[in-house]
Design a protein around this ligand. Structure first.
Ligand code: ATP
Ligand code: MN
Length: 479
């Protein structure tokens, strides 16, 4: 059994072929019936053409009969009643050159079997444009649309490319825990994990006793695997994680999910500059991979979703990323303060509007902003000599703003402990993390890339909820 992708790559040599998939469209002409079949192996459907001849009618096409039984006057092809959009089918015939534009081959079909029907009265995916909102409500069927299918193929290819990228550079894939007791990483609000009987607790009015909870303490879903990844970088030198991450983001934006996939490389003996070079190389490699291996999917996004996306990715995959410190970025922003709803000042966190202005208007391309004020970044980032800024780096891209966040980590045990205390956290809770600095400490750096932000960027999809099969966001956990 061959996939449609494989069949479409074959020469039109009249070989016998069988096609399996779902009907996208059926067009009935006077003498011909065209059935487009798609199996999701690629964006293209294969056209299967049935000749329908009334008994006694001459074959005026002058062409070879399309099937062995279809000489004039023989069978009349009548499309079955249940051959409709969405039905699953098996179609057999010969692979012949296609007269239609945009396809080299088609099936001169001889027979067809409807495997599973999809009654048009109820099947929600008819041949017309459906809004992303509507498709989210039927997320169990939306993979059958061109857009969701193309997104799924880009996701799959880039997930594999991420492993290829790191594996070919000596990074080992490590699996960090999903349930964690670290609650003060500061990356975002956390989901609590508990087996305590909340209803009984509410009735009793007593405060929860976490010593009686499943793990004997308060636990959460992880917001990042970084701290654990650091422990392995301090042993294997170069590691990366690629796993699910959870943040109870209440904000209802087009670039935040409550459950997303994050890639976090961490490398010993890497300084911030090495980290920046790695991030740039990483993104460019992924862009080139998508351009090369998802060309047809990207052509679809270019013509239907975001015009110019191919040109854009092509130029990004060869151009140099721009660099700027936070302080320099702030000067740019303050010169243009009247443009912003949130007035920028040194020390403020960069808002989405600021990030987009920098990357879209000032640089017109990817930009790495470094050396942020320590107050707006996590406790583990390495302090600069000025005592005010840390060795942080955010990669900003047009349309999205932040796509990567990373830093060089504080490797000095006293410095790190001071930061923990200064933030009102307890060094005892981080004793294992401090041990990395107490024993054989090394400079090291890493970053986090949100996989869905990458997919959004590469496909041009406007809403992050449309680049993951089943989005989880505030008020949304269907399927
Ligand atoms: P933002 O400011 O955009 O909320 P962040 O500063 O909270 O991001 P980090 O903690 O640095 O992000 O996480 C690393 C990366 O993970 C981000 O650069 C982004 O690509 C991705 N990311 C963060 N939060 C989310 C989310 N809620 N949904 C999807 N991706 C996310
Ligand atoms: Mn966030």
């Amino acid at each position: 059994m061959m996939l449609i992708k494989e069949i479409l790559a074959l020469p039109a040599d009249s070989r016998e072929i069988r096609v399996y998939g779902w009907v996208r469209t059926k067009r009935e002409m006077k003498n011909l019936v065209f059935v487009e079949v798609n199996d999701g192996s690629c964006i293209d459907s294969i056209q299967c053409t049935f000749e329908r001849r009334e008994t006694g009618e001459e074959d005026r096409s002058g062409k070879q009969p399309r099937g062995e039984n279809s000489s004039a006057g023989a069978d009349v092809f009548v499309p079955p009643e249940n051959l409709s959009t969405g039905a699953s089918v098996e179609i057999w015939g010969r692979l012949v050159p296609s007269p239609a534009r945009g396809q080299a081959v088609e099936v001169a079909a001889r027979g067809l079997r409807v495997i599973g029907e999809a009654p048009p009265e109820t099947y929600p995916l008819q041949k017309k444009r459906h809004s992303p909102e509507f498709l989210r409500e039927i997320a169990h069927l939306r993979a059958r649309t061109n857009t969701s299918g193309a997104v799924a193929r880009v996701r799959s290819r880039l997930a594999f490319a991420i492993h290829e990228f790191f594996q070919s550079r000596g990074f080992q894939y490590i699996h960090t825990p999903i349930i964690t007791a670290n609650d003060a990483e500061g990356a975002g609000a956390m989901f609590q994990v508990t087996t305590l009987d909340l209803e009984a607790l509410a009735r009793s009015g007593a405060p929860p006793d976490y010593s009686r909870d499943f793990f004997g303490k308060k636990t959460f879903l992880t917001v990042s695997g970084q701290l654990e990844a650091e422990t392995y970088a301090a042993a294997l030198s170069r590691v990366y994680t690629f796993g699910p991450t959870f943040r109870a983001e209440k904000s209802n934006t087009t670039r935040h999910l409550a459950e997303f996939w994050m890639i976090e490389p961490e490398a010993a003996f890497f300084h911030l500059e090495d980290n920046m070079a790695l991030a740039e190389d990483f993104l460019k490699t992924l862009f080139s991979t998508a351009l090369r291996d998802n060309a047809a999917d990207l052509a679809f996004f270019d013509s239907h979703i975001e015009q110019g996306i191919i040109d854009n990715l092509q130029s990004l995959s060869v151009s140099r990323f721009a660099y700027m410190t936070y302080t320099e970025a702030m000067e740019e922003l303050r010169k243009n303060a009247d443009r912003f709803e949130f007035k920028p000042y040194w020390g403020c966190d960069l808002q989405s509007e600021h990030e987009r202005f920098l990357t879209e208007t000032v640089i017109r391309g990817p930009l790495i902003v470094t050396d942020y004020p320590k107050e707006i970044k996590a406790f583990y980032m390495k302090m600069n000599d000025d005592g005010k800024t840390v060795r942080a780096m955010d990669v900003l891209v047009p349309r999205l703003g932040e796509i990567i966040g990373g830093s060089e980590r504080e490797e000095n045990p006293e410095g790190l402990e001071q930061r923990i205390i200064g933030l009102g956290m307890s060094p005892a809770d981080y004793s294992w993390y401090l041990d990395l600095r107490r024993y054989g400490t090394v400079p090291h750096s890493g970053f986090g890339l949100g996989f869905e932000r990458l997919i959004q960027y590469v496909t041009g999809m406007a809403n992050i909820r449309d680049v993951i099969p089943y989005p989880r966001a505030v008020g949304q956990a269907e399927f």
